[in-house]
Write a protein that binds this ligand. Sequence first.
Ligand code: PEP
Length: 251
Amino acid sequence: MAARRPLIAGNWKMNGLRADGTALAAALVQRLKKADTARFDMLICPPATLIAPVGQVLEGSILALGGQDCHAAEKGAHTGDISAAMLADLGCRYVIVGHSERRQDHGESDATVRAKAAAAHKAGLIAIVCVGETEGQRDAGEAESVVTGQLKGSIPDGATAENTVIAYEPVWAIGTGRTPTNADIAAMHANIRTSLSGLVASADGVRILYGGSVKPGNAAEILAIDDVDGALVGGASLKDEDFWGIAASCR
Ligand code: PEP
């Protein structure tokens, strides 16, 4: 199996003003300075308003910066939107696309997510493509087919292990404190790995993150599951000790 370096990614969502955001980033920079970070990469994705000030705090640090979304177009009449090139211009290396909150709240289809991921690649960003089933779909036994369909529809041509990360986030596990069983996570990540061949060059090298109620208390067992190559963390990424506790669980 290809060696994949775990990625611990924080999605701050719509949280934080300048003082909290820069303080949180500074605390993580300090922790990274003192730590053995050979075991994982760490990323934070603040809200758009904080990318510039947080980026200043991260200067010279290995802590990576990312956006939570980008528009599919390079520029133009898209009031309120942000292009991938704008994110790259502020020092972002990653962007999350197709988070279930975007799919639900903004009606984003797989085709939209695919176009956003392509725009991210064009701007030199690594796209974190999110997929995941609803509770109803899991109960109906459709989880794997739903996720496979999302992957097929959302991954653009030209995707590689270097420019694409997949985040498996069951919608019903996000922000709920509930998680799938370890066996269900393992089965889904294996299914994703299989589905990736044919969609991504060197599929074996693609990092597949698990996301949904990851906390310091459950991170070690989740991160130890085969084909789990890191975590996308929402709520627990807003406290530096919790986010750090998750990263420290990487073996
Ligand atoms: C997320 O929104 O990507 C997420 C995983 O949230 P939480 O960790 O809060 O469940």
